[in-house]
Write a protein that binds this ligand. Structure first.
Ligand code: FES
Length: 175
C-alpha cells in the first residue's frame, strides 16, 4: 500500500498577489483615519473640497440634489426632485413642491410675486410664509448647505413651521 501524503495546505495568504502587504494595509488605514479626523474639524465647505471623489460620487448617487447658487432673485421648480429653490433678498431657501394642506403641487405666480396652490387657493410669500387660504402653516422647507458655488438640498431633512419652528427658520443660506 502506497502512502499518499496530503497536499500541503497554505496557512496564510502571505505572498498572495491579491492581498496587499500588511504594512501597506496599516499605512492606508492610518492615513484614512488621519484624514477623517482632520475633516471632522473643518468647516463643511473645506471638508467637501478634500473628500475623495468616490465619497462625493456616492453622496450624489444617494440623492441629495444640488443646484448652482442662483445669480439673482427668482424661483426654480425642480419637478423631478419635488424641490422649489428660491433666492430672495440675498437668501436661498428650498421648499417641498407640495402644498402643506393637501399635497397639491404649488405654483409660482410671477406677476403677484407669490406662490399659490391651485386646489384651495392658499398663498405664500417667496420665503414660504403663509399669507391666506386653507393651509395652516408655511410652506415646508428643506435643510440646505452652501458648498462652493452650489447649494445642496437635503431632501431627507424637511422642516414644518408648526412643529419645528427653529428648524424651519434656520433652513436658509444667507449670501
Ligand atoms: S391643497 Fe393647497 S390649499 Fe389645499
Amino acid at each position: 500500500m502506497t502512502d499518499h501524503a496530503a497536499p500541503e495546505q497554505p496557512t496564510s495568504c502571505e505572498g498572495c498577489a491579491l492581498v496587499p502587504p500588511r504594512r501597506a494595509f496599516f499605512r492606508d488605514l492610518g492615513l484614512a483615519a488621519m484624514g477623517a479626523l482632520l475633516m471632522a474639524g473643518m468647516p463643511a465647505e473645506l471638508a467637501a473640497a478634500f473628500e475623495p471623489r468616490e465619497v462625493v460620487a456616492l453622496r450624489r448617487f444617494g440623492g441629495d440634489p444640488s443646484y448652482p447658487v442662483p445669480a439673482a432673485d427668482g424661483v426654480q421648480i425642480d419637478k423631478t426632485n419635488q424641490v422649489i429653490l428660491v433666492r430672495w433678498q440675498n437668501a436661498v431657501m428650498a421648499f417641498n413642491l407640495s402644498c402643506p394642506h393637501q399635497n397639491t403641487a404649488l405654483r409660482w405666480t410671477e406677476r403677484k410675486g407669490e406662490f399659490t396652490c391651485p386646489k384651495h387657493k392658499s398663498r405664500y410669500q417667496p420665503d414660504g410664509t403663509f399669507i391666506a387660504g386653507r393651509a395652516t402653516r408655511n410652506m415646508d422647507r428643506f435643510s440646505l448647505t452652501h458648498v462652493g458655488t452650489g447649494i445642496v438640498v437635503h431632501v431627507d431633512a424637511m422642516h414644518k413651521s408648526d412643529d419645528d419652528k427653529s428648524g424651519w427658520a434656520s433652513s436658509v443660506v444667507r449670501l
